[in-house]
Design a protein. Structure first.
Length: 251
């Protein structure tokens, strides 16, 4: 079975919670599904850690506008989460409908990265939403878009990269490629893209052992990351912990 045939049997999943939902990430997921002619699954996660923290008697909410403190309320927090979930579902409906992509929506309680990693036996791409802090980060108009590609045994990473590059087609791109084998098919594919000359793509290559040394300094600078789900679970969690951008996990 070829990678193209395999894609036809798989879905794209977008997982988000109240702190990571954005229309930008919805658009990325829709574009990914459209590129595969695949179905899009939306998964909104009611953050159980946030609810537990909200219920503690010592927890206080501080208003951004008045700086006043007030006790937190679990019911109020759940209503806020469900309001964002409705926005998420409506965005999926509109964006997927515009491209005539099949879609579904589920609402569950848990932790974003735990549930995102557990799902997907029949999913080619799992897209984890971006934190609010990243969306609000200031960015120079001339600064290049920064992409992290952690290469591993996946035939689908090149397609994910193509979709992300298409989204940034009018901007300069700085691509950080972490790979063990510089002669791999993926590395050659990246080099071919760089050599097309249609726009400026700066390529930074890292050995995989260098990645963990540099991520604490680089993790907050990326606009998108593409990572294989073939990574060791402990390595994958370590990488995800340092990133504050949308992450595409590839089967």
């Amino acid at each position: 079975m070829t990678a193209q045939d395999d894609d036809k049997e798989r879905d794209v999943m977008l997982a988000a919670d109240v702190g990571s939902y954005s229309i930008t990430t919805v658009n990325l997921a829709v574009q990914m599904a459209a590129s595969m002619n695949a179905r899009l699954r939306g998964l909104f996660i009611e953050d159980e850690d946030l609810l537990q923290m909200t219920g503690l008697p010592i927890t206080r909410e501080i208003s951004l506008t008045t700086a006043r403190e007030r006790p937190t309320d679990v019911d109020q927090m759940q209503r806020a989460m469900r309001s964002v979930a409705r926005q998420f579902e409506e965005a999926l409906k509109q964006e997927a409908g515009a491209l005539r992509i099949g879609w579904s929506f589920d609402y569950v309680r848990g932790r974003l990265r735990d549930l995102g990693l557990k799902h997907g036996a029949d999913v080619t791409y799992i897209i984890l939403g971006q934190p609010v802090s990243h969306r609000l980060r200031s960015r120079s108009e001339r600064a290049p878009r920064k992409i992290l590609l952690v290469a591993n045994q996946s035939v689908h990473q090149k397609r994910a990269l193509d979709v992300v590059l298409e989204r940034f087609r009018h901007e300069n791109v700085e691509l950080t490629l972490a790979v063990d084998n510089a002669d791999s098919e993926l590395a050659h594919g990246v080099a071919q893209i760089q050599g097309e000359g249609k726009r400026r793509i700066v390529l930074n290559e890292l050995k995989r052992e260098q990645l963990f040394d540099q991520l604490p300094q680089l993790g907050s600078s990326f606009d998108c990351a593409i990572i294989s789900r073939h990574e060791k679970p402990e390595d994958l969690r370590r990488i995800l912990k340092t990133l504050s951008c949308p992450v595409i996990l590839v089967a």
